[in-house]
Design a binder for this molecule. Sequence first.
Ligand code: SF4
Length: 267
Amino acid sequence: MRINTSEIKCLDVCAQLHHYLWIDCIKPVAPDSEALTLGKATHSAIEARLLNKGIPTLATFLPTPFECSPAKLEALELTLVEFDRRPHPWTEVIAVEQIVDRTLGTGDTIFGKIDLLARWQGRLWLVEHKTLGGYRSPTQLANYVRTSLQAGIYTWLAEKLEPIAGLMLNIVRKVSLKAAKESPSSALHVEFLTIGPDLVDHALLDVQDAISRRRSAERPYRNRESCRNTFGNGMCGFYGVCWGRETLDSPAFTPYDPLAHYTEEAE
Ligand code: SF4
């Protein structure tokens, strides 16, 4: 089987959600939340810079229409100006948005797109761009990595190339406009986190578990109680379907290709 990291993460969250998104290939029409839209646009703006595609504004990547406080947008645009002004923490960019694949002993191939591989102090680091709503302490960030399936899988994928020193979280904080004007560097932070072999081993166990669930062709049980904890009430776009209040053929849903953004062949 050839399986993508996003599909594995989806299987890890909810098997029913996976069935809708990856087997039925149906997604909700509702637009992303404001936080997710801003996070995606910030990611794209940073990616364009690292790919030497100029220094586009955040607005370039926002959908139209997009409702958001002008002060919030201006603060993020100023943060990008600061990102352009100050030196990057890494000394050499090795790969940007690169698709990497690697085959398990079972013969199953995992593939994913790595945000950035960069060298710092002679060693290779995974770099992940993250847009956060507020301050996170180093302990909170370390806990994120300790419980992150993504960090473990991507480390394993990247170690196909050479040993990975750790994960550099390239954080953009959504600060107030006042803070962005008075202290723009406060909106940017880089956290260096080590990734132990245990994390990778646990991630690979989760991957194998996800693959065995993926092999099961049966429609999974709709675990409506656990999804309250996963998304909060009503946060999952399929909540109405799982509760029998609407069906997938309603105008609230649309067919889509879950792998559309993988335009390149895995290398
Ligand atoms: S509503 Fe709950 S059970 Fe249904 S797909 Fe979403 S997370 Fe899964």
